[in-house]
Design a protein. Structure first.
Length: 238
């Protein structure tokens, strides 16, 4: 089942994420004689044959939630988005009772793909998720203006990344593993320009990369201020 994030420690050295199950696999009353035909249901969810305080409003097919719908939980959580065979699947928004919110892609009831998770204090993570965790490329913004931009794995900073102070100056950058900076890059004290810097090696235009995914990764590494051909750049491209 999908894990949600009730808290995040406010320090750049650790990201701590809790989990909680979302149980959405509860019986729906029939909304039509032909279960194979799409229909619309609005009402309570049955548990042990009795209506519960949970509600679903949306499309149903084959007796399961399929299509667009809204699921309201007993504790106040609400999911608005796409379903596939009773699970969150596709684009959706999950709003928690504490005011935190996730907007993005889901797969098999879990946050997976591209998305944004925002906490009540307006701190937020924008980037890639996998199986309910920060995983891939993403940025975390603290409410005081600090931010980390880089790679993540299983909720931890892992790969190449840059930690910025609130004034935009770079405080730490380099290779991270399990939230720790294990290989620092020195020599850059200000944030790189939004525009990628010019290539500073002997690569000529005739060697232009045509693979779009590889090119996007190069652009990301260059935006982080890395010089193509350097050891740090090669690590970033891995």
């Amino acid at each position: 089942m999908m894990r949600i994030f009730p808290y995040l420690l406010k320090c750049f050295c650790m990201v701590a994420i809790g989990s909680s199950a979302l149980i959405v696999h509860a019986k729906l009353p029939d909304c039509g004689e032909d279960l194979s035909a799409p229909c619309f249901y609005s009402g309570a969810i049955l548990r042990d044959g009795k209506p519960s305080s949970e509600r679903y409003e949306g499309e149903v097919k084959n007796g399961l939630r399929n299509g667009q719908g809204t699921y309201t939980f007993a504790d106040g959580k609400k999911y608005i988005g796409q379903f596939k065979d009773d699970v969150f699947f596709g684009n959706g928004t999950l709003m928690n009772a504490d005011g935190s919110k996730y907007v993005g892609q889901f797969k098999d009831d879990q946050m997976s793909g591209q998305g944004t998770y925002t906490w009540p204090d307006n701190s937020r993570y924008i980037g890639q998720f996998k199986n309910g965790t920060f995983h891939g490329q993403g940025s975390y913004f603290w409410d005081d203006g600090r931010k980390y931009v880089g790679d993540w794995k299983d909720n931890k900073k892992s790969g190449y990344g840059v930690f910025y102070q609130a004034n935009g100056a770079i405080e730490k950058q380099g290779i991270w593993k399990d939230d720790l900076l294990v290989q620092a890059q020195t020599g850059t004290t200000t944030a790189p320009s939004v525009s990628p810097p010019k290539w500073q090696n002997n690569v000529t235009n005739q060697h232009t990369v045509t693979d779009s995914a590889q090119e996007l990764k190069k652009q990301k590494c260059m935006k982080l201020g890395l010089v193509p051909g350097s050891d740090d750049f090669k690590l970033c491209m891995m």
